[in-house]
Ligand binder design. Structure first.
Ligand SMILES: *[C@@H]1O[C@H](CO)[C@@H](O)[C@H](O)[C@H]1NC(C)=O
Ligand SMILES: *[C@@H]1O[C@H](CO)[C@@H](O)[C@H](O)[C@H]1NC(C)=O
Length: 434
């Protein structure tokens, strides 16, 4: 989502600059009415082009320093939070001794002020076969009464186990509360991200330290789910629990658009990109993240090498969630450009009856490498020319950020990258396999 903001800033600057140039051009022309011959127009255009190039370079530099500045500001804040919250550190918790086949996997629904939360809840209830194993807990921030009324109906008929609310108590020491977050203006437009972050922190602490569950599946109030949503998480929990190189299972594929995915709904992968949007983690992971949880942009924070520590997530080829909401902190434009094209899986894959041990690191990595290198290699130009269409898969190699970006653009896949250069990330020669 951050990539979008950056793109937005860059586009804004470029548009303003172009407008300015056009205006200047006409001003200059009107000042020299005698000199409107082709040569001087050409000269003007060349000058403009030169200016534009320089401006683009300047923009990129400006953007980079903005990014650094923001990162530093967040780090300083995170340290402050750390200082105030580490007075009473939780004892480090190790992996709970649990039976993966029966462990309770509560669904934590993060809600705020959208009464359409009922659409998400209805689907969650429709596809749930085992209410004992998958209790639904709705956590609500924002103090929005109409939304609270909607949720309360589900609590009354006992389909939702608990409706917990971020406490409205500005005097208490509970860090997150309903009070307004006051930010200096350059950051004020990010207030929503700060609220979301503190809501997640509060709600996850409830799940693990008050309800004492040993794992959680987190969803938001604008998600539809697939019929095999529970089946997928139920089956992958065992792998998540047993493989220390995994730290999450996600229902989401960032490139899961119609026409971009295979039709094989059984396909699962490991990914070092944290996808979010309907995801599961274990309690010991939360106990590790909670003390340093950031004040904002928690998802990008999780993608940073300091948090991820080379761990990966399981994700499906075809998404098990999709979002219907346009209203959201960052999802408006993103919805129109990407999210509405996401394909939601429609059939039921009996994952719990399948052997998923191929997803464990010791089985997966070698195999995946072999798969990639067994595929013929082409340049992106050869691939996009269309005459490789008869091949089931091709390999495109890139070695720099810029190459990745332009390759991804040409293929119509996500072209923004996070935490570039982390050890296991996109560094050195990497392959895109299509
Ligand atoms: C929170 O509590 C304060 C003081 O009791 C009250 O004035 C305010 O309206 C409350 N806000 C919400 C959103 O409930
Ligand atoms: C959760 O664990 C804490 C500490 O062990 C305990 O005080 C509390 O009663 C437990 N809560 C539930 C719901 O079991």
């Amino acid at each position: 989502m951050l990539g979008l903001r950056r793109k937005y800033i860059v586009s804004l600057v470029v548009v303003i600059f172009l407008t300015w140039n056009v205006l200047m051009y006409f001003v200059l022309i009107s000042r020299n009415p005698g000199k409107t011959n082709v040569e001087s127009v050409e000269q003007h255009l060349m000058d403009l082009q030169g200016d534009l190039k320089k401006q683009l370079v300047d923009n990129e530099q400006l953007l980079q320093s903005l990014r650094k500045f923001r990162q530093r500001a967040l780090e300083v804040k995170a340290q402050k939070v750390l200082k105030t919250t580490t007075k009473k550190p939780d004892p480090p918790k190790t992996k709970a001794n649990i039976d993966p086949a029966t462990v309770k996997l509560p669904i934590l629904m993060i809600a705020c002020d959208r009464v359409t939360v009922s659409r998400s809840l209805d689907l969650l209830l429709k596809h749930r076969k085992d209410a004992e194993r998958f209790p639904i807990i709705v956590s609500q921030d924002c103090g929005h009464q109409p939304t609270a009324d909607v949720i309360n109906k589900y609590v009354k008929d006992k389909s939702v186990e608990s409706h917990i609310k971020v406490p409205n108590d500005t005097n208490s020491n509970i860090h997150p509360d309903l009070s307004d977050i006051k930010l200096p203006w350059p950051q004020r437009k990010f207030t929503g991200y700060f609220k979301i972050s503190r809501h997640y922190k509060w709600a996850l602490n409830q799940i693990f330290n008050v309800f004492n569950y040993s794992a959680v599946i987190i969803v938001e109030d604008d998600l539809d789910i697939s019929p095999d949503f529970y089946e997928y998480f139920s089956a992958t929990f065992k792998i998540l629990h047993e493989d220390d190189s995994l730290w999450c299972v996600s229902a989401w594929n960032d490139n899961g658009k119609n026409g971009m995915v295979s039709d094989d709904s059984e396909l699962l992968y490991r990914t070092d990109f944290f996808p979010g949007l309907g995801w599961m983690m274990e309690g010991h992971t939360w106990q590790e993240l909670a003390p340093k949880w950031p004040e904002a942009f928690w998802d990008d924070w999780m993608r940073a090498p300091e948090q991820r520590k080379d761990r990966v997530c399981i994700r499906p080829e075809i998404c098990r969630t999709s979002t219907f909401g346009k209203k959201g902190v960052s999802r408006g434009l993103f919805f129109e450009k990407h999210l509405k094209f996401i394909r939601l899986n429609s059939n039921f894959v009996p994952f719990t009856q399948k052997d998923l041990s191929y997803l464990k690191k010791e089985n997966y990595d070698e195999d995946f490498k072999k798969q990639v290198y067994d595929v013929p290699e082409f340049t992106i130009a050869e691939v996009t020319s269309g005459n490789k269409k008869h091949l089931k898969a091709v390999r495109v190699t890139y070695s720099t950020k810029e190459q990745f970006k332009s390759t991804a653009k040409k293929l119509g896949i996500m072209d923004d990258f996070k935490a570039w250069g982390s050890k296991n990330g996109l560094q050195g020669n990497s392959e895109l396999c299509i």
